[in-house]
Design a protein around this ligand. Structure first.
Ligand code: MLT
Length: 200
C-alpha cells in the first residue's frame, strides 16, 4: 500500500487517514495537522482505481457498492494496519481512524464489522453501505460523524443509518449536521478537533 508516515508524540493519539474518492495519501495531511498537530500520522492511498480515481473499495456506480470487494479491502486494510502497528509499536486500538467520504465509509465498516479494530473514529460525510452483519458489542468504540443536509452524494438517511448501526450496539456517537454539501468545512474540522481533545 502507498502511504505517508509521520511520527509524532506518544502523548497524542495516532491518526489513520483515509481519503475520499479521487484523493491520495497527501489529501488529509493538513486536516490531520489541524486536528492534532503532535499526532503520529499514517495516511493510506486506496488501492482501487476507478478510472484513475483512488478508492478504498470498488463500486459499480455512485451509491452502488461492490460489497464483496468491500470485505476483501477491509480485510486487507486491517491486515496492513496490524502489521504496521506491530512494527511501529502502536496498539491497534489506539488509532483514531479519520476518514472522508469513501475513506469514512471503509473506516466505519472496519469498526463495525471487525472486532479487532481501532476504538475511535472521525468520519466526515460517511454513509451506511447497507451491510451490517457483526453483532459484537461496540461499547468501547467512540465515533464522531459529520454530514451536510445538502450533500448531493450522501443522503441524510444513509448517514443516519450508519450512526444507528453504532448506537444499536452501544457505540458512543456524536454527530454534527451542517447546512453544507459534500465538502469538508471549517466548522466540521473545529468540532472534530474539540471532540478529539476530549477523547484523546
Ligand atoms: C463512496 O463511494 O464510498 C461514497 O459514495 C462516497 C464517495 O463518492 O466517495
Amino acid at each position: 500500500m502507498e502511504y505517508i508516515y509521520q511520527e509524532g508524540l506518544q502523548t497524542a493519539p495516532p491518526l489513520l487517514l483515509l481519503h475520499g474518492t479521487g484523493g491520495d495519501e497527501h489529501s488529509l495531511i493538513d486536516l490531520a495537522s489541524a486536528l492534532s498537530p503532535n499526532s503520529t500520522v499514517l495516511s493510506l492511498r486506496g488501492r482501487v482505481s476507478e478510472a484513475g480515481a483512488n478508492r478504498f473499495f470498488r463500486r459499480f456506480a455512485e451509491g452502488q457498492f461492490d460489497l464483496v470487494d468491500l470485505e476483501v479491502q477491509t480485510d486487507y486494510l486491517l491486515a496492513f494496519l496490524i502489521e504496521f502497528s506491530d512494527i511501529h509499536n502502536i496498539a491497534l486500538y489506539d488509532w483514531v481512524v479519520v476518514g472522508y467520504s469513501n475513506g469514512a465509509n471503509i473506516g466505519a465498516h472496519l469498526l463495525l464489522e471487525r472486532m479487532e479494530s481501532p476504538n475511535r473514529g472521525i468520519f466526515f460525510h460517511g454513509m451506511s453501505l447497507g451491510k451490517h452483519e457483526a453483532d459484537f458489542d461496540l461499547a468501547k468504540k467512540s465515533v464522531w460523524f459529520s454530514a451536510g443536509i445538502n450533500d448531493p452524494i450522501v443522503p441524510q438517511e444513509a448517514t443516519k443509518a450508519l450512526v444507528d448501526a453504532f448506537q444499536m450496539r452501544h457505540g458512543q456517537t456524536d454527530v454534527l449536521w451542517t447546512k453544507q454539501g459534500h465538502q469538508l468545512t471549517y466548522e466540521e474540522v473545529a468540532s472534530a478537533k474539540e471532540w478529539l481533545a476530549t477523547k484523546g
